[in-house]
Design a protein. Structure first.
Length: 276
C-alpha cells in the first residue's frame, strides 16, 4: 500500500463554512467535524455537566459562629490629663484614631503612675468582692467602691474550675460576667442586671453569662465616654477638611488634686470585658 500524501499543497473544504483552507491547517472538533483552526470551537462545558454529590457531613468538633470581643489598644506615652473641660472631675484620654463614641464604656489597664493625685488603682478602677454572690443576686458588696461611679458597668473576673463545668476543655478558661448597676451606696452596688454587656465603639458585644462568684473575686469598673476630642484637618481634596479623632473625655468619681499629664508608657484602653 502506498503512503498517503502529506497535503503540503492541498486544500480542504471546511465542514462548517464550506470555505477552502490549507489542508495542514485543519483540525477536528469534538463532534468529528474538520474545520480550520480559525473556526474551531471547544465543546460547550454544559454538554457534559460534572456529577453532583451530597454535601459533606459537618465537622465533628464544629463551633457556632460568634462575634469576638474587642481587644484593648495601646495608648501613647502619658495619655492622661486631669482637668478635662475645666472640671475638677474631668479626665482627658489621648487615644488617636480610637473611634470611640459618646456613651461607650471603657476600661483602663496597665497604668504605670498616678496622675494629678489620682492613684493607679483609681484610674484602673479595681477592687474585689466583699462576700460571695449567687447568679441571681441584684445587690453586690465591694471591698472598696469609693472610686466607682454611681451608675455604670462592672466586670467580675472568673476562671472556670472543675466544679463549674463538666467539660474538661473549659476548665481554666475565663467566663467573666458584665453587670450593669443603677445605684451605689458606699461600697454596695444596687439595681444590678446580671449577665449583660457594655457598649464599645457604638455596639454591644454578645451578652455574658450570669454566674456565682466567690468572695475576693476581682472586680473592675469602667468609665463612660462623655465627649469626644476631635480636630479638623485641612485636606487637598474634597471635602476640604477631615475630622481627626484625638481622644475622649471621661469623668472621675472624686476630684483630682492638680492638673497634670502622665500615666506612663504602654497604658491600654479597651472594653470592660475582652474575654468570652
Amino acid at each position: 500500500m502506498s503512503n498517503l500524501s502529506n497535503g503540503k499543497y492541498a486544500q480542504f473544504i471546511s465542514d462548517r463554512s464550506g470555505m477552502a483552507f490549507p489542508y495542514s491547517e485543519m483540525v477536528v472538533e469534538w463532534n468529528g467535524a474538520r474545520v480550520h483552526v480559525s473556526e474551531y470551537e471547544a465543546k460547550q462545558p454544559q454538554l457534559e455537566p460534572k456529577p453532583t454529590v451530597a454535601d459533606p457531613q459537618g465537622l465533628r468538633y464544629s463551633r457556632p459562629a460568634r462575634t469576638e470581643f474587642a481587644t484593648e489598644d495601646f495608648l501613647p506615652e502619658n495619655p492622661f490629663t486631669t482637668g478635662a473641660g475645666g472640671s475638677l472631675l474631668g479626665l482627658i484620654i489621648d487615644f488617636p484614631n480610637g473611634n470611640l463614641q459618646v456613651n461607650d464604656f471603657v476600661r483602663l489597664r496597665n497604668v504605670k503612675e498616678p496622675v494629678g493625685g489620682v492613684a493607679v488603682s483609681t484610674l484602673q478602677m479595681s477592687t474585689t468582692l466583699n462576700g460571695a454572690i449567687t447568679d441571681s443576686a441584684t445587690t453586690i458588696n465591694l471591698a472598696d467602691g469609693s472610686e466607682f461611679p454611681t451608675t455604670g458597668f462592672i466586670v467580675i473576673e472568673k476562671v472556670l474550675t472543675a466544679s463549674d463545668t463538666n467539660d474538661p476543655l473549659l476548665v481554666g478558661t475565663f467566663q467573666n460576667e458584665v453587670i450593669e448597676y443603677t445605684g451605689r451606696s458606699s461600697n454596695q452596688l444596687t439595681g444590678c442586671t446580671r449577665g449583660t454587656s457594655a457598649p464599645y465603639r457604638g455596639t454591644s458585644p454578645e451578652k455574658t453569662i450570669a454566674g456565682s462568684h466567690v468572695n475576693g473575686a476581682k472586680v473592675f469598673g469602667s468609665y463612660k465616654v462623655v465627649s469626644l476630642n476631635e480636630t479638623s484637618v485641612p485636606s487637598t481634596g474634597q471635602p476640604s477638611t477631615t475630622t481627626q479623632f484625638d481622644g475622649v473625655d471621661v469623668t472621675l468619681t472624686n476630684a483630682f488634686s492638680s492638673v497634670e499629664t502622665g500615666g506612663g508608657f504602654q497604658c491600654t484602653i479597651g472594653p470592660i470585658n475582652d474575654r468570652g
